[in-house]
Design a protein around this ligand. Sequence first.
Ligand SMILES: Cc1cc2nc3c(=O)[nH]c(=O)nc-3n(C[C@H](O)[C@H](O)[C@H](O)COP(=O)(O)OP(=O)(O)OC[C@H]3O[C@@H](n4cnc5c(N)ncnc54)[C@H](O)[C@@H]3O)c2cc1C
Length: 338
Amino acid sequence: MARPPAFQRATVTRIVKESVDARTFVLAPHVAPIPYRAGQFCTFKVIIDGRALYRSYSMSSAPETDAEFTTTVKRVAGGAVSNWMHDHLTEGDEIEVAQAAGRFCLRDTEVPLLGFSGGSGITPLLSLTKSALATTERRIRLLCADRDAESMIFEVALAELAARYPGRLDVVRHLDSAGGFLDAAAVRGFVGADVLADHYICGPEPFMEMVEFAVPDGGTVFSERFGTPAPRAAAAAPTPPAAQPAPPTGTVTIILNRKRKSVPRKDGETLLESARRAGMAPPFSCEAGNCATCMAKVTSGHATLRQNEALTDSELAEGYVLTCQAVPDTESITVDYE
Ligand SMILES: Cc1cc2nc3c(=O)[nH]c(=O)nc-3n(C[C@H](O)[C@H](O)[C@H](O)COP(=O)(O)OP(=O)(O)OC[C@H]3O[C@@H](n4cnc5c(N)ncnc54)[C@H](O)[C@@H]3O)c2cc1C
């Protein structure tokens, strides 16, 4: 059964200052509690200067251990939504939030859990840690990188968990201010003999790439990407066109907000890009296949996803796609955002 992509209003019941630039927002959804798994995220819709903006934020709470439903947001320099949430949201305000999504979750295993976080990447890792401590006997070790001491998030919460579960949780802190960025040698040193562990990685893109490269083969790697990937490298040398390919034929039809529009199909264009070209404003957030904000159903034709870190096999089987990643491979296609 596919997730309903609808948003519901939620009241911000409490705001907690976690560090110099991170806040936890405690949310009370109005219609119904949001079912979620530790490590998942929700997409939020905020209206800033009359424009709807969509961003995804992971839960810092865990369903097994927290009565409250919380997300933790770190300011991004120049960022529209993170700074708006810090500067404008106050207790009692309302915000719109969609269903939880994502596959950065625990699997059924007793192998050790190793977590690698950069900055706000600790948010889903705290959720996973609380859940794994409460529901398994797993050993958990976290390597948390932050800019400096005042940027550290959840220092107290993690210390309390370590004390409550003796011998099961170790937290190693890395501060850039003390010795520069974390490097591959430090990551391999941290992994040590726990090569076969589950490695959960979340942080800024260069941090993720470094850790993914550094962890030794053997374990299972789970990655949660907060940002958009670097643009693809250009081809090394331009190849002269042997013959002009025939222009693509067919149409892309988009159904959104009870409106139906069609545009001629363009080779290599995603369904989200086609919808924008049609003058529509479909929802989107990460544009990297990590969140499900742009999810829609293909009702005729077929598309291939370049990336998919959000939809389950059953959702794919039902015809759902991430429109930011879906490129049509039939001449004509219809996609429905309803
Ligand atoms: C699955 C997922 C989970 C996430 N979970 C969390 C979480 O738990 N906590 C958290 O803090 N974040 C999380 N994020 C990141 C979050 O969704 C936002 O991406 C982040 O808060 C930045 O959004 P923003 O609106 O503040 O910044 P944006 O407005 O999107 O800007 C981002 C950056 O781009 C720059 N920029 C913007 N527009 C331009 C332009 N025109 N030209 C040049 N540069 C520009 C800005 O200066 C800024 O540096 C998550 C992301 C994903 C995909």
